[in-house]
Design a protein around this ligand. Sequence first.
Ligand SMILES: Nc1ncnc2c1ncn2[C@@H]1O[C@H](COP(=O)(O)OP(=O)(O)O)[C@@H](O)[C@H]1O
Ligand SMILES: [Mg+2]
Length: 393
Amino acid sequence: MVMFLGERRKIRRVDVERAPRLGLIRPTALGFRLTIRLHDGQTPEDYTRVLDKLAHAWKVHSVRLVSWKPGKVTLAATLVDPLEQVSIPVLSDGLLRVRAGLLDTGDPFILDFRTVPHWLNVGATQSGKSNLANALIVGLAPQPVALVGFDLKGGVEFTPYEARMSALATERAECADLLADLVGIIKTRMALCRQHRVRNIWHPRLPDALRPTPIVVLVDEVAELFLMADKKKEQEEVSAVATRLLRVAQLGRAFGIYLVVCGQRVGSDLGAGVTALRAQLTGRICHMVNDEETAKMALGDMDPAALVAARQISPAMPGTAVVIGSEGRWHRSRSVHVTEEQAEAAAATHAHLAPAWADLTATASPVTGDLDEADLSDFIPDPAASDDELSPV
Ligand SMILES: Nc1ncnc2c1ncn2[C@@H]1O[C@H](COP(=O)(O)OP(=O)(O)O)[C@@H](O)[C@H]1O
Ligand SMILES: [Mg+2]
């Protein structure tokens, strides 16, 4: 009873309008940090709802809730937008990791394909999609990886980087063939993994000498892969492309094939294949877009604040985007400005590192039909299974 009365008294004291109990203000590189003790009955959510208002009240660029523990929240205020000027160089930051720019927290914006294997890079014309692709070329060119391009706009995007690419498809028929090669490579790598009873090419039990070369596949303007001028004639080709691309996305993580899919639109109007593909591309980069729908397609229906942030990207700051990476949280980001000439120079400098396509496909099984479902279930990670060894057959 006494406890009950105590609780009642506490509950009566709840009043979210009372002045917050502020801790010390600590300066940071970009502004300051502040811990606030919550009044009884308050939750961190009471603060996340008013971050915008706080930014205006404090006359700073933005306020974020950086952490919380029971009874306390820590807020970080940024005085000016760190994305205004991104002047760090692109960096190869370990195998299959590229530091492509900055996040609004001041942290690096890193694409780490080992953690997030596939990325969807969306934006209107002039929003900075190609710039990010250029940054990836600069970051990946010095690494022991193969680069593959799909560029159906006549090759204008990727042809300058052909020297460092192991394969480049610029027409639909070439795309279908190149994707068939990739599925063939997957089949060979699958056989290798089965032989060593591992679920992916990175398993330590696979001898280093046998570990296959990772392949990063860049797709420019994905809609072009799905559009049909002549429905009757092209239907078959388009559906072959869609199926193969989806297989690569589903099995890529296990067999070291990573996708960066760029596009202005990724809507379901392009066909069912696009929706299935989109679901596999868990890394999301949404540059400035022209409509709410496209932002939703790119970011999913996560935090509505992410959509608001995407809609607020100014055309005056190309390369700015909302990104969702590994932890499922969103950030504003901006890529380093990388011109086509810089990317072309990087590709030329490292041209000798491009594995020959013939070598990559030398042992690849010819594609006869699709992969079967049993193959998929063996190698698509089951979130419930913690171990990545295949059970003995
Ligand atoms: N991160 C960036 N910083 C500065 N300028 C950028 C950045 N990203 C892109 N730009 C500039 O914006 C323009 C459009 O970029 P681009 O990547 O070609 O857009 P998209 O491929 O989406 O049409 C280019 O002139 C480019 O130099
Ligand atoms: Mg472009």
